[in-house]
Design a protein around this ligand. Structure first.
Ligand code: C2E
Ligand code: MG
Ligand code: MG
Length: 715
């Protein structure tokens, strides 16, 4: 059965047809042969009965008369009947009267039977008894027996015929079925071939041919319909896949782009961070370590000296009469001179020593691990000698000397602050002693820094004596060439010392607490001045005031500012407060709280000198500031130095991303102006437009340059 299942449908059909037709033919043949056999036996029986009847009729007289000859004669005709094997006539008492036997046979006659006149079929013969009747009285019985040869021959003949018919019909059936089963198998084979091709090639556009109206036709139609459906879905799926692939490619591209941008921004941020780090620890002008880095190094070396029980020296240097050179020959020459001196100082010390610039003309040198205090004095004198040779700057032969104060660990102090202070004091002593000297600190000098003291005492009086003044530097909208506001900058004109730079006296004011009354005076004066300008018709002008860390950390600063604003009748929206990164850094939480309070009144907050402090971008995000003032040090080298350009661009991008306004300060030439204009910066401040000038000057500028587009450079 399993084997049957595995053979092809063609063979199956052929087999079915052959089996059915063979079975039906066989059945028909059996029926036919059986009928014929019955008929032929019946006719043989009839024939025997006729002969027996004839024998019985003709033998009655012979039997009555005992004439055996007549009786034998009567049986004589049987010799012509080949199939008759035997015949006999029996008397009533059962005695054989006469008998006939086919020649060559030896048939034993049965006992006569008077009761039965049926034809009796035996295995290979048939016999029959027929009563001999005379005048309705049985006088004997006739017996006849025939072989069944004729019947058997007929059967054999018929069987032969049946076999021939069977074979012929089988071969015809085979031939016909081979052709006709194709009506069924061909469409099925087409179907299966297409199904296989589709499963191999996944080509759903293939279709099965032939669409009859029978079940197979319907099957093909349904199969094709199913393919239509699959093809439709396949196409949809393909389209989806194509769209998905396109989107994936697109997204990958976008991701790559943003990845590149990110890498780029990361690089820029790293450069900015490095540069900021550098700026936080180095002096811009000379590249020497600044006060912060110096302090770090002093602390480290101090710890080391404590552990190793070694000595360490601090040399405090202040150039003699540098201010004269700076004021008479200008800042550019002053700066150049400072750079040359820095180099000479570096050449005087060892690799492990630190030469730092504290600001202005002040330097400090850290000499760790010295073997005796005289080492420090030796270096001091070496420096004095190194400065003997004049410095030539722009055709000027400049002679410069320096006063040096020395403090030694562990003799003069064991902490950084006191060591610095003592070196400073001894430097002042050197100045007092006639400059160009090296002086060791002694305990007698402990009365404190003379310079600090002198400044502090004078500053205390300065406010009362009206020596303080405010100058104002305009802020320009470079697109419309208009003054949008001014920055108030403190000036101190000492009757004998002359103009003292805020960079010098503001730290003193901060240390001594004088910054509080001075700061309040600045706020009062600046806003009152603004009132006057507003009254004069320049009512869109804003006023920026610088706030120091001491002011910021004082409670009540918000109310002091509000008070000065309301005293002057100035809308807080017209006021800007400039804080430096370091101010905000000192106590970030209280700075944020105070600034937020101020900002809520409408005052704008600007981050001054951005990029020079310690603050990170994270801090910037926390502070509620509106404006960033990019520091002059980044502006100075633009557009010549690539690194400065990178930093400026990064700061500009950062302010844009944080949605902050940007003010560029320190614009000194047209190239810088053009560069920042190109970068989309609008508001600028710097000597190119105007130096900080007295209030009267500002009014003049405002009155003469009211029309937009007419602002010219002021020297
Ligand atoms: P700041 O607030 O960054 O002010 C800008 C400084 O740069 C001013 O120096 C200004 O004269 C100078 N400046 C402006 N344009 C240019 C330029 O194009 N090139 C160059 N080389 N410099 C330019 P100033 O007036 O000496 O002030 C120095 C610092 O003193 C100020 O820096 C500010 O931090 C502080 N300061 C000034 N007035 C006050 C004040 O009233 N209160 C407080 N707390 N600090 C003040
Ligand atoms: Mg400022
Ligand atoms: Mg500034």
């Amino acid at each position: 059965m399993q084997k049957l299942r595995n053979i092809s449908i063609r063979r199956k059909l052929t087999l079915i047809i052959v089996i059915i037709s063979t079975v039906s033919l066989l059945l028909a043949s059996i029926a036919f042969i059986t009928t014929d056999r019955i008929n032929s036996r019946k006719s043989l029986g009839n024939n025997l009965r006729a002969m027996a009847d004839i024998i019985a009729a003709n033998s009655s007289a012979a039997l009555i008369f005992g004439d055996t000859n007549a009786a034998e004669e009567n049986l004589g005709f049987l010799g012509a009947q080949e199939h008759i094997e035997a015949a006999a006539i029996f008397e009533l008492d059962g005695k054989e009267f006469v008998s006939y036997r086919k020649p060559g046979t030896n048939v034993t006659l049965p006992k006569p039977d008077f009761e039965t006149d049926n034809i009796l079929f035996r295995d290979d013969y048939v016999e029959l008894f027929s009563n001999i009747v005379h005048e309705n009285e049985t006088i004997g019985v006739a017996y006849i027996r025939s072989d069944l040869l004729a019947v058997h021959e007929r059967l054999v003949w018929f069987l032969g015929i049946v076999c021939i018919v069977l074979l012929t019909s089988l071969s015809i059936t085979l031939m016909l079925s081979a052709q006709m089963q194709r009506i069924i198998t061909d469409p099925l084979l087409r179907l299966s071939a297409i199904a296989r091709q589709i499963s191999l090639e996944k080509n759903y556009s293939l279709r099965v041919a032939g669409e009859g109206k029978d079940e197979l036709g319907n099957l093909i139609v349904d199969f094709n319909k199913m393919l239509d459906e699959i093809q439709l879905r396949d196409n949809k799926l393909k389209n989806h896949r194509i769209r998905l692939e396109e989107r994936v490619t697109q997204r990958t591209k976008e991701l790559e782009e943003s990845n590149n941008q990110l890498t780029q921004s990361k690089k820029q941020a790293e450069i900015v961070a490095k540069r900021m780090e550098y700026h936080a620890h180095h002096d811009d002008l000379t590249g020497l370590p600044n006060r912060t880095l110096l302090n770090d190094r002093i602390n480290t070396e101090l710890a080391h000296a404590r552990r190793q029980k070694t000595m360490m020296a601090l040399l405090f240097l202040d150039l003699d009469r540098f201010k004269v050179i700076n004021d008479s020959l200008g800042h550019a020459i002053g700066d150049q001179l400072l750079r040359v001196i820095s180099r000479r100082l570096r050449n005087c010390v060892r690799e492990e020593d630190t030469v730092a610039r504290l600001g202005g003309d002040e330097f400090m040198i850290l000499l760790p691990r010295i073997t005796s205090s005289s080492d420090a004095g030796r270096i001091g004198r070496k420096i004095i000698d190194a400065l003997v040779e004049p410095v030539s700057c722009n055709g000027h032969e400049l002679h410069i000397t320096t006063s040096i104060g020395i403090s030694i660990y562990p003799f003069d102090s064991t902490d950084t602050e006191t060591l610095i202070k003592n070196a400073d004091i001894s430097m002042y002593r050197a100045k007092e002693l006639g400059r160009n000297k090296v002086v060791y600190y002694t305990a007698e000098m402990n009365a404190g820094s003379r310079k600090q003291l002198a400044l502090e005492t004078n500053l205390r009086k300065a406010l009362e004596r009206g020596e303080l003044d405010l100058h104002y530097q305009p802020k320009i909208n470079t697109t419309h060439n208009t003054i949008v506001g001014v920055e108030a900058l403190l000036r101190w004109n000492h009757p004998t010392m002359g103009a003292i730079s805020p960079a010098d006296f503001i730290p003193v004011a901060e240390d001594s607490g004088l910054i509080i009354p001075i700061g309040e005076w600045v706020l009062e004066t600046a806003f009152k001045q603004l009132r006057k300008w507003h009254d004069a018709g320049h009512d869109a002008l804003t006023m920026a005031v610088n706030l120091s860390s001491a002011q910021m950390s004082r409670s009540g600063i918000e109310s002091a500012i509000s008070k000065s604003l309301s005293n002057a009748g100035i809308d807080p929206c017209m006021a800007e407060l400039e804080i430096t990164e370091n101010v905000a850094m000192q106590d970030i939480d209280s700075a944020v709280a105070a600034l937020e309070k101020l900002k809520s009144t409408g005052i704008s907050i600007a981050m001054d000198d951005f990029g020079t402090g310690y603050s990170s971008l994270g801090y910037l995000r926390r502070l509620p500031i509106d404006i960033v003032k990019i520091d002059q040090s980044f502006v100075r080298d633009i557009p010549d130095i690539k690194e400065s350009i990178l930093i400026a661009e990064a700061i500009i991008a950062m302010t844009q991303s944080l949605n902050l306004s940007l003010i560029v300060e320190g614009i000194e030439n047209v190239r810088q102006l053009n560069y920042f204009k190109k970068q989309g910066c609008e508001v600028m401040q710097g000597f190119l437009f105007s130096r900080p000038v007295a209030a009267g000057e500002i009014l003049k500028i405002l009155n003469t340059r009211r029309a937009p587009g007419t602002f010219n450079v002021v020297k």
